[in-house]
Write a protein that binds this ligand. Sequence first.
Ligand code: CS2
Ligand code: MN
Length: 360
Amino acid sequence: MKMTFRWFGEKDDSVTLSQIRQIPGVSGIVGALYDVPVGEVWPLDEILALKKQANDAGLSFEVVESVNVHEDIKLGAPTRDRYIENYRRCIRNLAKAGVKVICYNFMPVFDWLRSDLAMPLPDGSTAMAYSNETVKKLTPAKLAEQVADTSNGFVLPGWEPDRLAELRGVLEQYQNIDREKLAENLRYFLEAIMPVCEETGVKMAIHPDDPPWPLFGLPRIVCNGEDLEAIVDMVDSPCNCLTLCSGSLGSNPENDIPALVRRFGARKKIAFAHVRNVKFCGERSFHESAHLSSCGSLDLYEIMKAYYDVGFDGYVRPDHGRMIWGEKARPGYGLYDRALGAAYLNGLWEAICKEEAGRR
Ligand code: CS2
Ligand code: MN
């Protein structure tokens, strides 16, 4: 297991590489180029500069999150081939810089979505939350406005102003896209990029939809075990893999995360593990919590045990954290709570390894 930490770059992150370097057990960053518009090729020199920055700080850079997929690819628009060709070139450039895993998602229009970016918890911290009642009453545009106003001045990935400006038009284009069409467009994309992945050894790791249910009438196809199975079976390649995000999938209590880890881990389909906790608070409603099992609804020990049992040797990172100790950072991505998360996951892992070694 290789413990990593997401970093948004010098300009866009309140956390520094030297701080990340001091979190015990963290060996690499998960990074991206945030200035390249979606659909364009990431320039090799800029990728190499990011790698150098990480390496100079004593950290590896082998995982990208995310190379976002252009909306025309998800829509299956006639222009998609141009964007797919760019994606293929992007994979090649990333491979040249030693990147091994690319995390991406196939969510129409929105990336992750929350109704509250700073819900106060009883201990005085704040966490991101999702309430079905609130979202039901909002339009996508209103919600987008709210996110922009409460994100501590950071532009959140998936919520970039240029994307939101086109919101209405994009939503209209999706009127003719149902689950089947969207899945078909994913298959088309994967078929086109898998040969490049196999040639370069880069694994594509699709991130689950967050939250894992349809929103504003838009189709969602990465919500549960059945969906994940359909995707890994869609194109048979060792590079067609998953980012198994315990918090995204876990916001639906019907998703049994340790079982999913065992199911897809046994098939070597998990290239990247996002491990975090959520607390259910009603039908399609939850808030994020500290990573500790007792703070949320998921059993993190069981999740890490499942990773151990399937011989997981891929990349892992703590996912969203709360905002604690007065920190002002990008929602979900402060230093403190995620560092506690990494330390806790490393602790669970050490205990499991020693327990199992003792048994043998
Ligand atoms: C992440 C997602 O920050 C987050 O909430 O879980 O944005 C994730 O990076 C993307 O969906 C992956 O493409
Ligand atoms: Mn995640």
